[in-house]
Structure formats: C-alpha cells, structure tokens
Design a protein around this ligand. Structure first.
Ligand SMILES: [Ca+2]
Length: 466
C-alpha cells in the first residue's frame, strides 16, 4: 500500500480499520446498574511542567491551561521513576518501582507484576469500554487484554519524521533522523495529529453507546525528536530563548547524579560526547517548546470535541506527563536522573461536581492516580495499591496528607518534601553509597548539594519522621 504525500481521509480511515485490534475479552464484564462517569485519560510523553498553568509564562499552552482552570492542578506532582516504560507500568498498576521491579523503558507491567490488575483492566471488569490510543503502556502488548481496542497511528519512519531527508536517515539501520524537524505540513502529518482525529471519532462513537468508557489518548510529543509543524515553532522567538543559568555540570554531587544523555546522542547532528553547542542547545529548547504547544493544540481539539458532544459534564479528564526532562539544567539533557527537572511532571484532574480553579500544593505522585480514578468512579480499590486517592484534595479544604513522595532512578531513591529533596544511592543491602540534599526554600533549582552541612542530618531525619 503506497502512502499519500499529504493527509488523506479515506486512506486514514482505511488505515485505522486495518490497525484497530479488537481483542477477545479475557476479562468478563459485569452488567452496569447506573451509568457512571466516563474517563478521558491523557498521557503526554516526556512533558515536564513547562506550561503556562505551572507558572511558565513563556510557554503557549492555552488549552492545557484552560483544563487546569476548570479543575485541579497539582503544583507538586512527581513521577515515581523518570523513564517511559517503568513510569507507565508503575502508574498503571499503582505499584511503586523498586530495586528489582519497573526499572527501564522496556519494563512491562504484565511480566514484572503478574496477576496485578491494572487501571484499564479494573475499568473493563466494571463494564467500561476501554480504548488505548497512542502510547499508554510503553509496549502495546502489555496488558493488551485490558483493552477493547488498541490503536497506534501509522508513521512514515520509526520516529515519525515527515521530511524526505529525515525519513531516509531514520529508516536506515545504523542512523536516526535529526533531533528536531520543522515542517509546513498540517497537524495531521504527524502521528499525534492523526491520533487526535481518531480519538475524536471515538468520542462520537462512544456517545452513541450504552457503556461508560475509559478512553486513553497517549501523545508522543514532546518526546524526542522534536518534530512539529512550523506554526508552533513560530510561537517562540529564538533570540529570546536563553540557556539556563545552571547549564554547567555541577561538581558537588555524586557521579550517580549525572549522565551523558545517550538518548539524545542517537540522533543525527548531536555530538557523540561532550556538551552540545549553544546553538544546538537553543534549537533543542525551541523545539521542546514547539512540541509542547503542538501537543497543547491537539489536546485543545480533543477537549473541544468532548464539550461540543456535550460529554464533558459526565467525563473525568486527567492529564499527566510521564516524567520530567532536563533542558540543559545541570549540564543535562533528557530524563534518567534524580534531579527535580527529571522527576517533576504535571498532573491535572477535572472531576465533574468538584470546584474549578483549584490549585493544590500537597506532595502527590503518580501512584496516587490509580486509587483516585477508582474512587472517582465508585470502583472498589484493589488491595495492592501503593498510592493515596487525590479525591480529598479536589475540594478547597485543608486535609491531612503525606509529607513526602518517593522516586527512584537505578539505585538512587529521592524523597521530596515541600521544602527539601534528599537522594540516597543504596546497594542491594540497603547501605548508603552516596547522597545529595537540596533546600528548595533557598535553592529551588537544586544547585547546591548541602549534604555535607552540619544541618543536613537533622533535615534528613525530619523527612522520614512524618
Ligand atoms: Ca516518557
């Protein structure tokens, strides 16, 4: 089958039909008594809180900002592990990553936590129609019987390039395309644009059905490569983009805190060692911003459709980025580290019936999402869950809450509180090999490791007291 050079609706629909996998239902559905809330579950790959609603006024993200304005924004939300596959496996099972479970981008929930019911499985068992579009579990085969449909958009090269030169590079065995791409093609030229159309068609179809739905829509951007239509690049003035003040590699942290951003180096035009040039650094930051705005525009189309179809008052919307990203802070790119730039990622939640314009400062983490969605939809929470439902935080009241969240990368465990972030790297026997401690009250960018200060030990004790 030859592919058209521009978007072609009949071709697209035919491809949708070809790729749609209708799975046999190994999970038996229970009859519904009363139609409960639907769930629109939006995942955004590698999205750190680089959004207007998180105080980043230089970012053009009006649609996600509007979602936050209509629900609850969690200001201090953290992933439990900063890599795609493991973060998703943990979030979708509600189980924390450990030294032996959920460690890499290839982590599979069904293999590493066998017998554990994941979020889509819980909803399917409760009688929901469950659809996975795009990247939800990292591996489409993971928990595949949890879904009534699994769909991923077609692409012209493995990493979804559009220009001929990049397609050629990306399709070759030994090379990848460039780390960014700017085109004059429409939103639907990339997979995320195609997926948004598919998800909107899903909403129309689901509106006609009798079952509630759990519709998952997993965006691929702003993950590398930073490919986006030119109009999103044009939202930013390259000359006004500055490199971070802390762009040099720090010397006061353990070697385990740093890495050489191998993920970025796979792409054509990126040096195999050393820091990238300031010029490429600016382009990468520009490209990340463009991809955030591109994704935001697509999410706007999806949320507009939800509203136009008059489904918004009966549908929970949750949006999360699967982990943070370093844009040259600490001399780093990509994720894969214990710095806050890598661990902090957005959670925005809108549950019908709860106040809008709600901003919570409590420490929350991705394992909290599973119990939240179960409670919001009146489903019994499985007993294996490690997190805490966020539903008590959807109102304006003060409520008792945990004082810290826990993230892990390799053998480094980071405990983040409202005031500090403490990381300790342990051996398998739990003895401490290295540590770092940051005081967010005076050092929010984590530029001074204070673990050797006299005050450090009492601070660390406080982190574990509550
Ligand atoms: Ca990711």
């Amino acid at each position: 089958m030859s592919r058209p050079s521009s978007f072609d609706l009949p071709y697209f629909l035919m491809t949708c039909a070809t790729l749609m996998l209708i799975h046999s239902c190994s999970i038996q559905k229970e009859p519904m008594q009363k139609k409960p809330l639907n769930v629109l579950f939006i995942a955004v790959d590698d999205l750190r809180p680089e959004l207007g609603c998180y105080g980043k006024q230089h970012i053009h993200s009006p649609n996600i900002d509007q979602l936050a304005n209509s629900g609850t924004l969690f200001q201090n939300s953290y992933c439990n592990i900063p890599v795609c596959g493991a973060s998703r496996a943990s979030l979708l099972t509600g189980l924390r990553p450990t030294l032996t479970r959920f460690k890499t981008y290839t982590s599979r929930a069904d293999e590493e936590a066998p017998g554990i019911i994941a979020i889509p499985g819980l909803f399917k068992q409760a009688g929901y129609t469950t659809i996975s579009n795009g990247k939800i579990f990292h591996n489409a085969k993971d928990h595949e019987t949890d879904w009534d449909e699994i769909w991923r958009a077609p692409a012209k090269s493995p990493r979804d390039f559009v220009t001929a030169a990049n397609i050629q590079l990306d399709s070759a065995q030994a090379t990848r395309g460039h780390s960014f791409e700017m085109t004059s093609t429409p939103d639907t030229s990339y997979r995320d644009g195609k997926m948004t159309l598919k998800a909107i068609e899903d909403l129309k179809r689901l509106k006609q059905g009798n079952e509630p739905f759990f519709l998952a829509v997993g965006y691929l951007k702003p993950h590398l490569p930073f490919n986006a239509p030119k109009k999103y690049w044009d939202l930013y003035d390259r000359e006004s983009i500055t490199l971070p003040a802390n762009k040099e590699r720090p010397t006061d942290v353990p070697s385990q805190a740093l890495h050489s951003f191998g993920e970025l180096r796979h792409y054509t035009g990126v040096p195999k060692e050393g820091q990238v040039s300031d010029s490429l650094a600016k382009t990468l930051i520009h490209g990340y911003y463009a991809c955030v705005s591109y994704t935001d525009a697509l999410i706007g189309q999806l949320l507009d459709a939800l509203q136009d179809l008059d489904m918004h008052e009966n549908t929970i919307v949750i949006l999360w980025g699967d982990h943070g990203w370093n844009l040259m802070e600490h001399g780093l790119w990509c994720k894969h580290c214990n710095y806050r730039t890598s661990l902090k990622a957005p959670i925005i939640l809108r549950v019908p019936g709860y106040p809008s314009k709600n901003v919570r400062k409590e420490m929350v983490e991705f394992v909290d999402i599973y119990p939240t969605l179960a409670e919001a939809c009146g489903l019994d929470k499985p007993t294996h869950l490690d997190g805490t439902s966020l539903i008590p935080l959807l109102g304006n009241e003060e409520v008792p809450w945990k004082n810290r969240v826990e993230s892990v990368w390799h053998n480094g465990f980071t405990y983040t509180t409202a005031t500090h972030a403490y990381t300790r790297w342990v051996t398998d026997r739990d003895s401490v090999m290295a540590e770092m401690l940051f005081d967010h009250a005076v050092d929010p960018e984590e530029n001074q490791n204070i673990i050797i200060d006299q005050k450090a030990m009492p601070i660390v004790q406080t982190i574990f007291e509550k």
